[in-house]
Design a protein around this ligand. Structure first.
Ligand code: SAJ
Length: 421
């Protein structure tokens, strides 16, 4: 069967390659010609360490199972089209569908009679009914369930484990009808070894946004508890350890902030899905507000030791949004740097995973006044505290991820300031 994937990013490309590996004739469509060219040379344009992906792409391109193009005309005889274009949220926290609308319009012009279209991009609940369906029916002049079939299958992937996640994580297959959902289940059974749960569109859209909003709210609770503990002179890490002994209290980790491509964005998709309807959404925006505040709180912790940051140089340990990752999307470090610069300070950034900021951290520490840990990269665990103390002008070290042992750090003569303590 012939399958196409529109949008060859960090979700679309691995999905296209996996279906190609399973024997489908896959056409990948992307607007970026250079990305198309690299893929057709068998090279993965995806940054970061994705085990198995480069070899997989080289293999399926070599065996002519995967072909990339910028030309929608190549979709004429395709039976299944997966849509994986970007669906960003703008500064007003409203989802932007320019890329989605453009892809659907171009697809409508060539969509084969009776083809199945599946939206994999993360969308605001209600988008299938109110945005995707009208565009396709209007531009193809066909009715869903007759002239074409339409589904929503949200992806669950984490950077660094794309191929593993795609195979091992369960997925929801939301169809325009139970029959379509069943057909999607059979289709995805080719690449997914975990549960494939059938549903309708709104359920599939909600599951994706709710699961990530759940995480954001849980993290916000941990962060607010950390700030309460600081004010009361308690140690949130000890409190958390004991709270978790109570059944069903899976308290998450306070931290220097919440970054990445999914967690900061999806709560806004969920919250905006009921804009204008008679329901008040308060907890979700409040959680976003708390988590977005954490980088500034890290600066407040630093200012507890160095009042005036004007002209000060601060060593920032970690730029990526997640430990042991090179992914910097919406990373808390970026907000910390902005807040520091607003006080006249300057950040000297170290991050072993980000080329621009790699290098010898003790060298970088030499002309810095203090250091702040934003990302818990494993190699920071075994920091040479004596060496760091000798390099810093003021022996202040702020720990935003509960990475270090208080005794060990203070033994080296550093003044450790811990989030939540
Ligand atoms: N974070 C905290 N405290 C926590 C957990 C995370 O501050 O207790 C911060 C992290 O430092 C990071 C951000 O939140 O800055 C997001 O961390 P994450 O562990 O949620 O990692 P992500 O962004 O890769 O989230 C993905 C999501 N997966 C999908 O969207 C398919 C999320 O739903 C998963 O729960 C998460 O991976 C995971 O389980 O690793």
């Amino acid at each position: 069967a012939r399958l196409a994937v529109i949008g060859l990013g960090y979700v679309g490309l691995p999905v296209a390659a996996l279906f190609a590996q399973r024997g489908f004739n896959v056409t990948g469509v992307d607007v970026k010609a250079e990305r198309v060219d690299r893929i057709n040379q068998g090279i993965s344009p995806i940054e970061g360490d994705e085990p198995g992906l480069s070899e997989l792409i080289a293999g399926v391109v070599k065996s002519c199972k995967l072909h990339a193009t910028t030309d929608y005309d190549e979709l004429k005889d395709v039976d299944v089209v997966l849509v994986d274009v970007e669906t960003p949220v703008n500064h007003a926290h409203i989802p932007e569908y320019e890329a989605l609308r453009a892809a659907l319009k171009s697809l409508s012009a060539v969509l084969k009679e009776g083809a199945l279209v599946v939206i994999e991009s993360t969308i605001m609940p209600g988008t299938m009914q109110n945005v995707v369906l009208p565009i396709l029916e209007k531009n193809t002049e066909r009715k869903v369930g007759q002239g074409f079939y339409l589904g929503n299958c949200p992806e669950r992937v984490m950077p660094g484990k794309l191929l593993k996640n795609l195979n091992s994580m369960s997925r929801v297959v939301g169809g325009d009808s139970p029959d379509t959902a069943a057909a999607m289940r059979a289709l995805y059974g080719n690449i997914v070894a975990a549960d494939l749960d059938t549903a309708d569109w709104i359920t599939a859209e909600l599951v994706k946004t709710v699961e990530n909003t759940y995480r954001d709210v849980q993290i916000a609770f941990a962060n607010e508890t950390a700030m309460i503990c600081e004010a009361l002179g308690a140690d949130v890490w000890r409190v958390r350890e004991l709270v978790r002994k109570s059944p069903g209290r899976e308290m998450l980790l306070p931290g220097a902030g919440v970054g990445g491509h999914c967690i900061p964005k999806d709560p806004w998709l969920l919250a905006s899905s009921v804009k204008g309807l008679d329901v008040r959404v308060r907890l979700i925006p409040a959680a976003r507000d708390i988590n977005s505040f954490m980088p500034s709180h890290m600066l407040d912790l630093l200012k507890g030791r160095i009042k005036d940051l004007n002209g000060k140089r601060i060593l920032l340990l970690g730029y990526a949004y997640l430990e042991d990752s090179d992914d910097t999307r919406d990373a808390p470090s970026q907000y910390f740097i902005k807040a520091l610069e607003a006080e006249g300070g300057q950040a000297v950034v170290h991050d072993p995973y980000v080329a621009e900021f790699a290098g010898d951290l003790y060298e970088k520490a030499k002309d810095c006044d203090a250091a702040v840990l934003i990302t818990a990269h494993s190699q920071y665990k075994s920091l040479d505290f004596a060496k760091l103390k000798a390099a810093l002008k003021t022996p202040v070290l702020v720990d935003g991820r509960n990475l270090w042992d208080k005794m060990e750090v203070s033994k080296a003569g550093l003044d450790l300031v811990r989030l939540g303590d």
